[in-house]
Design a protein around this ligand. Structure first.
Ligand code: TTP
Ligand code: MG
Length: 357
């Protein structure tokens, strides 16, 4: 089995290190150098997560508080602050958006990014991952780990390889070697039960699966057999399930004939404004942060002028238009466009809240 000749993709999986605990350590300096966990404080509560100091004692996510306290008596358990984690998650996603629109969030603290066609960092996924992690650290004082690979499942496994605060690249030529000895339980979708079952039939690594057949696997894991067989060769054709966040709302018109009368231009602008307001109806929940006017002149050169604004204001568009026209040098106007910029971070926060709800 070979990867087909289609374009090799560049997928990054970013996962924050001990996310809730890291936020608590950041915001409470006295928690930084001691074992801590985040969780409820009831007698039957379980931990959401814990820091790496606590992990050294064997403390883990989803462990009952009581058991964790036995393993690590000095463990400090703090209450979670979901609203803060949501807000930080939105800040992280705003950083991702600087690098690509193709983002599949998996939870508050992890996401896939498809940077196949990104041009930043010379198009290097390795450098983009490094830069994203540096941005997160510099701006949010939190560390993230990343996996870089030609597909989602390898990127996800890779992001765990050098945790915390590390990254791992599985380049296309290394895929076969990377998966050969990969324990099956590391493949997303194979939980402890399935992994045990596979083990009973003699399957522990991808190499074991490769040496078998889909039919044999089917008798053990049912319809997951096909995917499992593919994964064992490092293959995963799943696209990202992206939530594109609209960054702007724009409308423009090309004149039937180029015009040089400012009055005529203003009539066009007024019509455009009416249409823009109508379209804005569908995006009432979005926070506006910018108004922009674009003019393309008869020689196809274009200019844009924008201003920070939290409303869709007609007079502001006229002012912007007049400013843009000071650059006309007597050229006629071929096209006029109006647009509104939206606050992306705020929108992501809303989505996070909806997802949790
Ligand atoms: P994870 O990424 O699984 O864990 P983590 O970020 O705490 O640690 P790691 O460094 O290994 O990535 O989960 C992200 C957050 O989700 C975690 O900080 C808390 C929450 N969570 C729960 O509330 N319950 C759980 O059982 C798990 C696994 C996570
Ligand atoms: Mg994490």
């Amino acid at each position: 089995m070979n990867q087909s000749s289609e374009q090799v993709r560049k997928i990054i999986h970013v996962d924050m290190d001990c996310f809730y605990a890291a936020v608590e350590m950041r915001d409470n300096p006295h928690l930084r150098d001691v074992p801590i966990a985040v969780g409820g404080n009831g007698p039957r509560s379980v931990l959401c997560t814990c820091n790496y100091k606590a992990r050294a004692f064997g403390v883990r996510s989803a462990m009952p508080n009581s058991k964790a306290k036995v393993l690590c008596p000095e463990l400090i358990i703090v209450n979670g602050r979901m609203a803060v984690y949501q807000q930080v998650s939105a800040q992280i996603r705003a950083i991702f958006l600087r690098y690509t629109d193709l983002i599949e969030p998996l939870s508050l603290d992890e996401a896939f990014l498809d940077v196949t066609n990104a041009t930043v960092c010379h198009g290097s996924a390795t450098l983009i991952a490094k830069q994203i992690r540096a941005d997160i650290y510099n701006e949010l004082q939190l560390t993230a780990s990343a996996g870089i690979a030609p597909n989602k499942f390898l990127a996800k496994i890779a992001s765990d390889e050098n945790k915390p605060n590390g990254q791992c690249v599985v380049s296309p030529q290394d895929v076969s070697e990377f998966v050969t000895d990969l324990p099956l339980k590391k493949i997303p979708g194979i939980g402890p039960k399935t992994s045990e079952k596979l083990k009973r039939f003699g399957f522990e690594s991808c190499a074991d699966v490769r040496a078998s057949s889909v039919a044999k696997l089917h008798s053990i894991v049912g319809k997951f057999a096909n995917s499992l067989y593919q994964r064992s060769f490092g293959i995963d054709h799943r696209e990202l399930e992206t939530q594109r966040v609209r960054k702007s709302l724009a409308i423009e018109t090309t004149m039937a004939e180029d015009i040089d009368s400012v009055e005529e231009c203003l009539t066009v602008l007024k019509e455009l404004f009416g249409k823009l307001e109508l379209r804005l109806e569908k995006h009432k929940n979005r926070a506006i942060n910018k108004q922009t006017v674009k003019i393309k002149f008869a020689d196809f050169q274009q200019t844009t002028v924008d201003v920070q604004s939290s409303v869709c204001h007609y007079d502001t568009f006229i002012e912007l238009f007049q400013k843009a026209m000071t650059r006309s040098n007597d050229r006629k106007v071929r096209l006029i466009g109006l647009s509104l910029g939206f606050d992306v971070k705020e929108s992501i926060e809303q989505q996070n809240q909806l997802a949790l709800f």
